[in-house]
Ligand binder design. Structure first.
Ligand code: GLA
Length: 382
């Protein structure tokens, strides 16, 4: 009985996967424009979720690690590194000929407190923290030298107003902690591409802050190849003009732009000022979780149009945009089901919970094809 059941499940999975490989592939559609990637979790790069592995192999030519390369996971205690999962992540990418991203080396979040403290819990000195940063970067980047091709070296160093965030890195080391991080990463693997990665760069004050940060990094001579524009966005923000301006602003500084964490939130915005109310049970907050039983058609179409419009901008600027990476593979594995409110049903990606391509997937491909046809026509008229 059990084996019949298992066979049926396997058959169903193989069927879906086979069906998917018959779908057009994003990586094929954008092969002349940019790399197309997804952030993976363990069940994908350890190949235990057959449906999602099928999607990843068929659709993407770049991968990012959703969590396994973050400091708290790879270096949880002083002197103790855990490379068991990261080795598998890197191996999956190499076996499948993908552009493998390292995310990330220096960040204020998902970094254990011990990194910034001495044995008594007091802040360490600048020298000690620089030494810890150096050792972490050399151990991690060094292990994957020549295997991980691009690194988010520093993540989210800016506050919303564009000033440098008052993180423990800045407070203890000083503003030059970014320069040091880039120098260490370049020394550890001179051939790897190095990026600065952040969110909300589409907003004017934060973008201005990023531009002045880039100027300082460039003046210091660090090897900054590009900017990661995270792109955790929604149906209304940012405008397409903001998106295009962001890409061209960094492109004008000689940098590549990577769209690194793309997802489009369709759920109502949770009010951060509610404080404790945010953590109330979802059942009490039905208004914040309106599509628990499915996304209404009109909303589905709005999402499809939003994605198509965004990709039209990315393709238009494909001389600057080097990679577009989704933060997750299917709606079911997106972090947005649990943030900023736990237990919601979110629909931010191109594949649904069963791994089927959504209307947004087809709309993106249609738009790209018609843009390319227009371009060809324009070229043939001259
Ligand atoms: C940030 C980080 C990512 C991830 C997302 C949300 O954007 O860069 O690593 O944690 O938040 O999951």
């Amino acid at each position: 009985m059990k084996s019949t059941f298992t066979t049926l499940i396997l058959f169903a999975e193989v069927f879906v996967v086979t069906g998917l490989t018959a779908q057009p592939a994003l990586k094929q559609a954008f092969k002349d424009d940019f790399l197309i990637g997804a952030a993976l979790n363990e069940s994908q790069f350890c190949e235990s979720n057959a449906v999602e592995v099928g999607i990843v192999k068929a659709q993407f030519n770049s991968i990012s690690p959703e969590n396994v390369l973050k400091w708290e996971r790879i270096h949880p205690q002083p002197g103790r590194y855990d490379f068991s999962l990261t080795d598998k992540y890197v191996d999956f990418g190499r076996r499948n000929h993908m552009f493998v991203i390292g995310h990330n080396l220096v960040w204020h979040a998902q970094t254990p407190d011990w990194v910034f403290q001495d044995a008594k819990g007091n802040p360490v000195t600048r020298e000690i923290l620089l030494r810890r940063m150096h050792d972490h970067i050399f151990s991690v980047v060094g292990r994957y030298k020549g295997l991980i091709q691009g690194w988010d070296v520093v993540n989210e160093a800016l506050a919303d107003d564009g000033t440098l965030r008052e993180s423990p890195w800045k407070k203890i080391i000083g503003e030059d902690y970014l320069i040091k991080a880039f120098e260490f990463a370049h020394e550890a693997d001179p051939k790897a591409e190095l990026y600065y990665n952040d969110y909300c760069l589409e907003n004017e004050p934060k973008r201005a802050g990023a531009i002045s940060l880039v100027k300082k990094l460039q003046a210091a001579g660090v090897h900054l190849a590009g900017i990661g524009v995270q792109s955790h966005i929604n149906l209304d923000w940012p405008s397409l003009a903001q998106e295009a301006d962001t890409i061209t602003a960094f492109g004008g500084m000689g940098l590549k732009v990577m769209i690194t964490e793309l997802d489009v939130d369709v759920l109502p915005k949770a009010d951060f000022n509610q404080g404790a109310d945010i953590s109330r049970r979802v059942a009490e907050q039905a208004a914040l979780n309106p599509y628990a039983n499915g996304l209404p058609e009109a909303r589905q179409q709005a999402l499809a149009q939003r994605y198509a419009d965004l990709f039209a901008v990315f393709v238009k600027h494909s001389d600057i945009v080097q990679r577009v990476t989704f933060w997750g593979v299917t709606d079911g594995d997106s972090w947005l089901n649990d943030w900023p409110v736990a237990g919601r049903t979110s629909y931010p990606l191109l594949f649904d919970r069963a791994g089927k391509p959504k209307p947004a997937f087809m709309k993106v491909l249609e738009t790209v094809n018609s843009k390319k046809a227009e371009k060809k026509l324009a070229a043939s008229n001259f």
